[in-house]
Design a protein around this ligand. Structure first.
Ligand SMILES: [Zn+2]
Length: 415
């Protein structure tokens, strides 16, 4: 597997360039929606979508002649839209995602991608974006390797970023597992960022809570303003900027944590809970959505960082009740609620920190997976194509298996 790294740079477009970026995003949205309409017809008739090749032909021979303004956007960028739609349909057919949806003009995610032709000029702090030209940027880190593509994103607050994917030509290291690998259980949770079985804790940054309080306050104020008024717009913008700030603080903390878990902990194998854990946390609050997003990001980072450093990541199945089981005697605490930060096991009298107990259980789970039946260490398998896709498919498969067999606390396979 070849190593690719994405570098994200802030862009400072001129007013004219910003308008052009908006135009290109508009073209992409329009093309996406038209292609989706076109594909949906085929899906209803024949139960399958069009190939990317067909979609590209549809753009070139039907859409472009009818809507000449589409040539505002580079042809390759529009072809990326058909590739993305193709991927969205593939995910839908694999049952990994819902049916692709139409893009709204005021949707949150506004971006477009340009394959190949871009340039990152670290000396002059600028990036060449095809269809827009040279845009001022802050190149805070010199990229290594060959540029594969650039994704330009406009956030709700109006800030613009370029995410540049580079390929340095090296191969991911093959994991070398020692005879008795060290296993680290990592419990992710709402209060603390993560608790590890080796005694390490990772806390959320203190500033995060302050900003979140301020965000709540601003949102309350917004509800009292007249919708569409100047003050409403101003406040709306301030809220968007604060959202962005909170997201970047969180992401930064997660980056530091995942780096530390992978590089400082000296573990060979890292065990986390699978994403769809904890039916007990199922609620419709905002905090839940944020938490889901954080879990997703933590897992994504652990996956690629493990890959870079030749380590292995295991995701424990969702039916593995890690916080409720005593890690000493395996007594099952059915009465445990989210509020109980600590509990005492009636069987062995151990006082448990809820999160640490969960982390220790994850560690034992990792050892169990490794040991197999005969107590031998299995050679770890690394995903060969796309680590993420492989892991996701595996865990989906094991979930489906659970459904068919009825719910047993069976473990997921090696990820
Ligand atoms: Zn116990």
């Amino acid at each position: 597997m070849i190593m690719q790294k994405a570098y994200r740079y802030r862009l400072y477009p001129t007013d004219e360039q910003r308008q052009q970026v908006t135009r290109i995003i508009g073209c992409c949205r329009f093309v996406w929606n038209r292609l989706l309409e076109y594909s949906s017809k085929s899906y209803r008739r024949r139960g399958e979508s069009h190939s990317t090749f067909d979609l590209n032909n549809f753009i070139a021979h039907t859409l472009k002649p009818a809507f000449p303004w589409l040539s505002d956007a580079p042809a390759q960028t529009l072809q990326c839209v058909s590739a993305d739609l193709g991927a969205a349909f593939k995910a839908f057919f694999r049952k990994d995602a819902a049916y692709p949806r139409f893009k709204r003009k005021h949707g949150l995610k506004k971006s477009f991608r340009i394959p190949q032709r871009g340039k990152v000029d670290a000396d002059d702090n600028r990036i060449y974006v095809q269809g827009v030209g040279w845009v001022d940027a802050v190149i805070h880190r010199k990229p290594e390797g060959k540029l594969k593509n650039i994704t330009v994103t406009v956030n709700p607050s109006g800030t613009v970023y370029a995410s540049c994917l580079f390929d340095d030509g090296s191969e991911a290291p093959v994991p070398k597992m020692p005879e008795s690998p060290r296993v680290l259980g990592v419990d992710l949770n709402l209060g603390r960022l993560a608790v590890c079985s080796d005694g390490t804790d990772y806390e959320n940054p203190r500033t995060l809570r302050q900003h979140e309080r301020r965000l709540k306050h601003l949102q309350r104020m917004l509800s009292k303003k007249k919708k569409g008024s100047e003050n409403w717009k101003k406040l709306k913008h301030e809220i968007a900027a604060l959202h962005e700030k909170i997201a970047s603080i969180r992401k930064d903390a997660i980056h530091k944590m995942t780096k530390s878990i992978v590089c400082d902990s000296q573990a060979d194998i890292i065990v986390i809970e699978d994403l769809n854990v904890s039916g007990m946390m199922r609620n419709h609050k905002l905090s839940k959505r944020i938490q889901d997003a954080s879990f997703h990001e933590i897992r994504r980072q652990l996956e690629y960082k493990c890959l870079w450093h030749g380590k292995m990541l295991i995701a424990a199945d969702r039916f593995f009740a890690s916080s409720r089981t005593c890690h000493i005697c395996s007594w099952h605490n059915d009465g445990l609620t989210l509020r109980d930060r600590e509990w005492v096991c009636p069987e062995c009298n151990t006082r448990h920190d809820r999160d640490r107990n969960a982390a220790l259980n994850l560690e034992s789970f990792g050892l169990m997976v490794l040991a197999g039946d005969a107590g031998e260490v299995k050679p770890p398998e690394m995903p060969t194509v796309d680590g993420r896709a492989a892991m996701h498919l595996r865990s989906m498969a094991s979930v489906n298996e659970e459904k068919n067999r009825g719910c047993s606390p069976e473990a997921s396979r090696l990820a």
